[in-house]
Every structure is written in C-alpha cells, then in structure tokens.
Design a protein around this ligand. Structure first.
Ligand code: UDX
Length: 440
C-alpha cells in the first residue's frame, strides 16, 4: 500500500520504518528539513534499540523516503498516518494540539481524491470528530476524505517489537471501507494472530488515554504502598511479589521506586484529567491528581533519604547520580525522575556528577549545571552519596566491593529497587531502597 507518516518523532520514525518493513511504500514528512535529511541518510535523532537496523533496511529497499513536501505526500500516498506530538501546554495540564491542527491544515488542501487519514497521536477524546469536519471542509475531495483513529501503545526501548508484534491493534472507524483499508495495512500482523479491536472514534481515542491512566495508577499504587512500607518497616518488593502472584493483579508495572516519567504517562494523565473536566465529568478522574501527586512524592522521598543519610545536609556534598534517562534503553529525559532528583540535590547545595550510558548529552541540555562523567567509576569517585536512579543493566550488576574503594562514603540510595540489599550491606555499604528502608 502507499502510506504516508506525518511527523518523524519517536512514533513517526518507528511507524514509517516498520510499515516499510512490512512491504508498504512509505513516505515520511516533517517540517524539520535537517531531520529529514538525516533520516534519508539513515541517521536517527534518538536512541532506540533495533530501530537503526530497521530504518536502514527500509531505506535500502527503496520503499522508504522522507520529505518536507506536502504535495509530494498527497500524491504518493492513499493512507496518511498522523504521528505528531501532543505535549503538555506550558501553563496548563491540557494537551497542546497545535502540531495536530497544523498537520491537518497543511495536508487537507492537497487531498483531491478519496483518502484515509489515520490518527495515531494521543489526543483528547472528541478530537477525531472535530478533525473530520475540518478535513472534509478544506479538502478538495470533501467527504471522500475519511478519518480513522488507530492509537499507538509503543514503549520507548521496545518500539520496534511493540509495532511489529503488538499486544493488540485498535482502530476507530466510521465506515466499513476504512476498516478494510486498515486491515490491509496490518494484514501481516493480523495473519500472525494479533487481536484487532474495531471501535468508534471516541472509544478508540479513549482506549489510549485509559490504558496510560491505568498503567500510571498501577505504578502510583505500589509507590503509595512503598510509603506505607517505609512507615511500618515492611518491604514493598516482597509485597509486590506477593500481590502480583494474584493473576487478577499481575506483577508487571508494580516496581516501586522513583515512579514514572517520560513523554507520555505524566502528560497523558494530566491531559485526560483536563479533558474530563471540560466534559463535565472531572470528578470521575479526580483520582488522577493523587496518582500524579504520589508520583511526584517519589522524587521528594529519594532526596529526603539522601539528606537523612548525609546527616541532614547536602551542602557541598559530592553526589553521584547513576542514570538520567526516564527509563533504561532510552536517551529520553523528558520529565525524567532521575534528572529531577539531580536538580533537587543541586538546589540543596550538593555537587552533582551524573553518568548515564546514553542520555548524558540530552541531560546536559536540560541540566547544564551538573557535571557529566563517562563511566560509573568516574561518577562515583570521591562521592559522599551515590543514587541509582535509572535501572540500566550495567547498574544492576555493579560490584559493591570495587565501588566502595572509589567513594568517599559508602552510601547508596537505590531509587529503582534493583540492587541486592544484603550483598551491599555485607560489603560495607549503607543502602536505602525506596519502600524498603535502610540497611547497613
Ligand atoms: C508508556 C506506555 O507504556 C506505552 O504503552 C505508551 O504508548 C507510551 O507510554 P513509555 O513512556 O515508553 O511507554 O514507558 P513505560 O515503559 O511505560 O514506563 C513509563 C515510566 O514508568 C518509566 O519512567 C518507568 O521507569 C516507570 N515504571 C514502569 C515504574 O516506575 N515502575 C514500573 O513498574 C514500570
């Protein structure tokens, strides 16, 4: 099929490369000419395992190109996937839809034959209905231009697998013919028995925000339990293992620690809450304020633990921060809990050195006042407190004995509950794990 992908961020590049990998002819469009030129050379603007190989394979096959020309996109494709960002507005919890609106306004005047536009961006419920009216009003083909919604559930660090082997496909459509087109796009996945859920437009939009709200709530639930555990001497990891054995609950997304960050969960729950208020059902989602507040408290609790273990003052104390990305296998520092903690440590007077295997340069743009090291060893050298804040594999397997020789004071805050506490304590460290207390 002839497909276009509008927007070449995380979602767009992944979708474009994977659709070409499935055998479609794909043209990606972005307003950023430099990014387009780099992508045509096979250069990715972010770190994502497996994606460089898929991108290069797709470019080499001749089935994928990137452009900045709307007329070329309209000529080359019959199905247009809308993959632009919907960040949080600067001074409001609501979503900023300017990229979505801009893309539709730019594309519509070029649509002079029957076309299907498919939204993948995460939008407030009701957006698809509004966009349908706008598209049909300004496209020369009028009501022959249809809109469908096909929410995306990909996780950073697993983007390729989540696109080519998703748990499910969800499509919101207003016509059988649109469903048929999307079935053809995803034919290979459907043949591989990926479940397909066909819905109306508002349901499809809501599926995405509901899924993210549920995941955020699950993480904040276990982090609320972590606060209870700290107050009672209980162990949140054992608690999570025990309740997670119940299949109705499940163990995944019950890892207590610094909580969630990134470009999706935090802004999506805020936008969802804001949209519910606009719709007059704000009370139904008021619990998401608590989910957000619990999540923010995780960061404060990590800083408080560092302060307590450093005898009540971080002034001029050397702090080593391991991890800056919002999660492992990513260089994304948007709303990163790790970087927030590093910033708070600095505000309390600490001298902060950060090491992240991939995110040093993205972090340095957001927090230039910190020092950045090229290895764990360099970061912890002379440190009076070490904080493990993103659970990269190389941190999980750190050797407490080797590290002890490098630090000035063997104090570790395990913000992700990945270290063997007993081993670290037996090796002479004082270790504090969020939701499990201090051991030495
Ligand atoms: C999320 C959704 O999972 C995905 O379906 C959606 O399309 C986009 O948003 P992503 O932001 O890539 O994906 O990250 P995810 O793996 O969901 O992790 C989100 C955050 O939660 C990370 O900061 C992670 O460290 C944290 N987390 C996750 C926990 O604190 N505990 C857990 O048990 C799981």
């Amino acid at each position: 099929m002839r497909i276009s992908v509008i927007g070449t961020g995380y979602l767009g590049v992944t979708h474009a490369a994977c659709m070409a990998d499935l055998g479609h002819d794909v043209i990606g469009i972005d307003i950023d000419a430099e990014k387009v030129a780099a992508l045509n050379e096979g250069v990715l603007p972010f770190h994502e395992p497996e994606l460089p190989q898929v991108l290069q394979r797709a470019l080499a096959s001749g089935r994928l190109t990137f452009t900045t020309s709307w007329s070329q996109v309209a000529q080359s494709a019959d199905v247009h996937f809308l993959c632009v960002g919907t960040p949080q507005q600067p001074n409001s919890p609501a979503a900023d839809l300017s990229q979505v609106n801009g893309a539709i306004a730019a594309l519509a005047p070029h649509l002079d034959r029957p076309t299907l536009v498919v939204g993948k961006s995460t939008v407030p419920v009701g957006t698809a209905q509004r966009l349908t009216a706008e598209l049909q009003a300004s496209a020369p083909a009028g009501s022959d231009v249809h809109l469908a919604w096909n929410p995306e559930f990909l996780r950073e660090g697993h983007a390729v697998a989540d696109t080519l082997e998703p748990d499910r496909l969800v499509i919101g459509v207003t016509a059988r013919s649109d469903e048929a087109i999307l079935r053809e796009v995803y034919d290979k996945l459907l043949r591989a028995s990926v479940p397909l859920i066909v819905a109306d437009l508002p349901t499809a939009e809501l599926v995405k925000t509901a899924a993210n709200a549920f995941l955020a709530t699950k993480i904040s639930f276990i982090n609320a339990m972590a606060e209870l555990c700290e107050a009672t001497g209980a162990d949140v990891s054992v608690l999570a293992d025990a309740i997670g054995q119940d299949e109705r609950i499940g163990r995944r997304f019950l890892n207590a620690g610094l909580g969630f960050g990134g470009g999706c969960l935090p802004k999506d729950i805020r936008a969802f809450r804001a949209r519910a208020s606009e719709l007059g059902v704000g009370d139904a989602l008021s619990f998401l304020d608590d989910v957000d507040a619990i999540n923010q408290r995780c960061r404060t609790r990590a800083v408080a633990a560092a302060l307590t273990l450093c005898a009540g003052s971080l002034k001029d104390k050397k702090a080593a921060v391991l991890g800056a990305a919002f999660k492992p296998d990513s260089d994304d520092v948007r709303d990163s809990p790790a970087l927030d903690v590093a910033r708070e440590l600095q505000e309390l007077g600490a001298i902060v050195t950060i090491y992240d295997p991939q995110a040093n340069s993205t972090a340095a743009q957001r927090l230039p006042s910190a020092t950045y090291a090229d290895s764990t060893q360099e970061a912890v050298s002379g440190a009076e407190v070490v904080l493990l804040l993103t659970e990269w594999n190389e941190f999980r397997s750190l050797d407490p004995l080797t590290l002890k020789d490098l630090v000035a004071q063997p104090i570790m805050i395990d913000g992700r509950n990945v270290l063997d506490r007993q081993l670290w304590a037996d090796s002479g460290w004082t270790i504090h794990s969020l939701g499990r207390g201090t051991l030495s």
